[in-house]
Design a protein around this ligand. Sequence first.
Ligand SMILES: [Fe+2]
Length: 221
Amino acid sequence: MSHELMPLVVVLEMRHHYMKNYNYLVVDRGSLQAVIVDPAWEIEKIDQALADTQARLSGILLTHSHPDHIHLSKPLAERYGCPIWMSKVEIAASGFSARQLIGIDGSPWTLGQMQIEPIVTPGHTPGSTCYLIGENLFTGDVLFAEGCGICPDTQAAHAMFASLQHLKSRLEPDTRIFPGHSYGQPPGRRMSQLRRDNIYLHFSDKDKFAAAARAIVESKI
Ligand SMILES: [Fe+2]
């Protein structure tokens, strides 16, 4: 794919009190259709990004059902008349509902010239989903540059271990990782950099991984 046709990723930093999330507007340069990932809190920044790129919002990708990731999904879907996508597993586990909601599995679909491939990666929540669009992976609270999302129990940590193993085998080294939050590193680092620097990608034993992941939870209680 030539550079002109690669999707444009607009990084939006959203704040609410002490919280900071990243939203991503992904624009198909050919059709100027766009999707937004996990919209929350500052709707005017999304409107401005749409105006700046001259794109129209064609859908909302939700990585999971936590409040800081779904916050603006319904108002945006109403305003722009577009669908909300979330994994069927996450919908069943959370009870999230919306008039425009479409449940998805791992089947990709296209929007303009962009292919959107959901990769279901449980662990942080039962149906957490990453979305691969071109060379960009949007990871929500599954994979951060510096770590991975909190796992509520050992079973969830084992699921997270399998999800991270799957991402390691599925992704190209050049894939850019766009997480829901940053703990120091800017969004858009390459998978090869994460594989080198993120210790949660170094484990080869699910129980040792779970012990490390559970230690994070206990240190925060
Ligand atoms: Fe979360």
